[in-house]
Unconditional design. Structure first.
Length: 134
């Protein structure tokens, strides 16, 4: 019983942290287009579908309690209305690590840069808010 309580409490904390990371990263992707983003900036929002593709999985306490892990990334299942065969997640990854037609990297900030810049402080904030609510 105690092991289940610990697994459930951990899962709740992981879900809170994932939702917090998702929300904060989506805020970074909210700068409107035009203008286009430049090298070293987060992509600017055109349609908003790339921003909405930021997701985490699993999303239930039971599933997280079983695995004790959550994946945060871009959801391939979210369709782009204008380009049905190419999900917005493709463009988000391409802007972060892909190359343009001239072979130069797009070099926009993405999820990896966001986590490197903000993870430590955000985990501390998420844990702090979890302690306050307990």
């Amino acid at each position: 019983a105690a092991k289940l309580e610990i697994a459930t409490a951990t899962a709740e904390g992981l879900l809170r942290a994932a939702a917090y990371f998702q929300t904060e990263y989506r805020k970074k992707l909210a700068t409107p287009y035009p203008p286009s983003s430049n090298t070293g900036q987060y992509p600017h929002r055109r349609s908003g579908h790339g921003q909405l593709s930021v997701d985490f999985d699993p999303q239930t306490i039971d599933a997280v309690a079983r695995t004790q892990t959550i994946r945060l990334g871009y959801n391939r299942a979210i369709p782009h209305p204008a380009y049905s065969s190419t999900p917005p997640s493709y463009y988000m990854v391409a802007l972060e690590i892909g190359r343009n037609s001239r072979g130069a990297y797009w070099d926009r900030k993405g999820l990896v840069a966001f986590m490197n810049e903000h993870a430590r402080g955000m985990v501390a904030a998420a844990l702090g808010s979890a302690r306050k609510s307990a």
